[in-house]
Design a protein around this ligand. Structure first.
Ligand code: ADP
Length: 579
């Protein structure tokens, strides 16, 4: 018994020793369990964002983004936010202006990695916005770094003026970043090579018809006459828009696109950025114009506010307003067009019409404010625009009952109205792999998880909760029309292909606010006009912030024409004014 007791005692001792060793070894590994590489994932604006977070002794040493499908122009966000998180040793940092969804995606992915690591991090205090600001001056100050602002900046700098451009977002480009189609220009050498007969007069006529005859004739005449020259000017900067094709509302092949099919906005912003760098133009990001300074009724500069809340003045001999439209400002949109209440928007979040309260003190005139264009095919909630090319390359639109209801290639306003009449105000774009093969843009939608895919049409119907039999019947009927080249129901003339190659795809869409055609009244010199029809001294405007060029409906390819042509004019006019 004593021996047994001793044995138990020895065993207990052994257990205690082992426990102590185990505890020690656990204590020892505390430091290494505070170290490691952890992965995290979250949804961004366009699909999954995956990150790898390196933590060393409870300190974030690095954040690597290993997967993302966000737009190229958010590159800054992927550089800046990880830096902020490393500096603060936490995922809890501020989102970057203009890129809330992308920022939140990165922040949540890093947070996910940190949570998975189980490591408690001590937040480091970072010195918030220690940048010094001071009043300054320039010959010309420009509000906005979209296509209009940068075109004006490049033109004015090339003519010898000292220019400062301010941008409230953390990156350049505004809505111009989202432009997918191309630029309309008439009478170009690229059209001539293809034997296309076109002229500024025909371009004018088409645009007037498309704009329901509401376009300002003088502004439109200048746009059409200057279009070819503007295209060559872009070319001189390094752009290549040499491919010509047909777009909605045109009676000649007139839209000039990139050779490799890249989105026109991405291409132009690359060229503009290169030229801004080359010309050493002073572009101030995270800097919001909050007031246009004045002496009497003359514009004399702007007051700005940094993202850290510091204000300063930029005095200038001329001010160019190129701050874009108000398509992301629900209050303003519904003020002018109440029936758009609750609509989504394809606009970048900064398209809030900031210029309008700022120009009030000059008694500036506004035109066509009610003219707001909706785009028919936008993914609800995610607000991702599905390009017209999907229908152009053959997709059909069906309602929840699985039936077609419109010629899918009608103008934007007609298709939008027809969709709104369907159940829930929504419809589905349905297409086959043939459409996917013909249109590079669809790859991006697939990666972003926007498409429902199925091997057969019946399976696709089941997945999107549409009667498989009805959907199959609709597709068979359409394919019959394709074969006979006659759409007996809706008279669709262009049917790019039979919808018969699996897998098949669907995406639910509804119309969303796309372009605000109305805005500040300007003349053909891009000078701002007041309510007494007089020019306001020193104040110029260009791009979507202005009104009158597009009338009641903007034709695809004319937004880029507008920003380049009137951006150049504003730059040139401001230079002549200060001289
Ligand atoms: P456009 O096509 O007319 O050039 P964009 O939408 O492409 O218009 O660009 C307008 C730019 O102006 C956007 O980048 C937007 O963030 C910027 N912006 C809007 N309001 C202000 C403001 N108050 N201060 C500085 N930048 C602004």
């Amino acid at each position: 018994m004593r021996k047994f007791k001793r044995t138990i005692a020895v065993c207990l001792c052994l257990v205690m020793v082992l426990l102590t060793v185990a505890c020690q070894s656990k204590t020892k590994t505390v430091s290494s369990s505070n170290t490691g590489i952890f992965t995290g994932e979250a949804e961004g604006k366009s699909g999954a964002i995956k990150v790898e977070v390196t933590i060393d002794n409870a300190v974030i040493k690095g954040i690597k983004v290993i997967e993302n499908h966000e737009s190229d122009f958010t590159k800054n966000v992927f550089e800046q936010l990880p830096k902020d998180m490393v500096a603060a040793n936490t995922s809890d940092v501020d989102v970057l202006a203009g890129a809330t969804l992308t920022s939140n995606g990165i922040i949540k992915a890093v947070k996910d990695a940190i949570t998975k690591s189980g490591i408690a991090l001590t937040i480091k205090k970072t010195t918030q916005d220690n940048t010094k600001v001071a009043n300054t001056s320039a010959d010309i100050v420009i509000i906005g770094t979209g296509g209009a602002g940068l075109t004006a900046a490049i033109e004015a700098t090339m003519e010898g003026s000292k220019v400062i451009v301010v941008e409230k977002n953390s990156f350049m480009g505004g809505n111009t970043n989202y432009a997918t189609g191309g630029m309309n220009a008439a009478g170009t050498k690229y059209q001539a090579v293809k034997g296309i007969v076109d002229s500024p007069e025909l371009f004018y006529k088409d645009t007037m018809i498309g704009g329901h005859n509401l376009n300002n004739p003088a502004l439109l005449k200048t746009l059409t006459e200057e279009s070819a020259g503007a295209l060559y000017w872009l070319e001189s900067l390094g752009a290549d828009l040499s491919k010509v094709s047909r777009s909605g509302g045109q009676s000649a092949d007139r839209i000039h696109t990139t050779k490799d099919g890249a989105a026109v906005g991405t291409h132009l912003m690359k060229i503009f950025s290169e030229n801004v760098k080359k010309l050493k133009i002073d572009v101030r990001l995270n800097t919001k114009a909050v007031e246009i300074l004045s002496e009497g009724n003359k514009a004399t500069g702007i007051k700005v506010e940094t993202s850290g809340g510091k204000q300063y003045e930029i005095k200038a001999k001329a001010v160019i307003v190129a701050s874009g439209g108000f398509g992301a400002n629900q209050e303003m949109v519904t003020k002018y067009k109440p029936d758009l209440k609750g609509f989504g928007t394809t606009n970048q979040p900064g398209a809030t019409g900031d210029a309008f309260p700022m120009i009030e003190k000059f008694n500036a005139a506004l035109v066509d404010m009610k003219q707001i264009q909706t785009h028919p095919t936008v993914v609800p909630v995610k607000n991702e625009l599905i390009t017209e090319g999907v229908r152009g390359e053959g997709a059909i639109l069906v309602n929840r009952a699985g039936k077609r209801f419109i010629n899918e290639l009608e103008t934007r306003d007609t298709v939008s109205k027809a969709i709104l009449k369907q159940e829930g105000g929504k419809a589905f774009l349905v297409f086959d792999s043939g459409v996917v093969d013909r249109l590079a843009a669809i790859k991006k939608y697939k990666e972003a998880g926007l498409l429902t895919e199925a091997a057969t049409v019946a399976q696709l119907g089941a997945k999107i909760k549409i009667s498989p039999d009805v959907l199959v019947a609709t597709m068979n009927k359409y394919n019959g029309y394709f074969k006979t080249k006659v759409d007996k129901e809706f008279s669709r003339r262009v049917m790019a292909g039979e919808l018969s190659k699996g897998p098949f795809y669907a995406v639910e869409i509804s119309p969303a606010i796309h372009h605000t055609m109305g805005g500040i009244k300007i003349n053909t010199k891009a000078e701002v006009i007041n309510n007494q029809n007089k020019v306001i001294e020193g104040l110029f405007a260009a791009g979507e912030v202005t009104g009158g060029i597009h009338g009641g409906n903007r034709i695809g390819g004319n937004a880029v024409a507008d920003i380049v042509i009137y951006g150049r004019i504003a730059g040139k006019s401001a230079v002549s004014f200060i001289k």
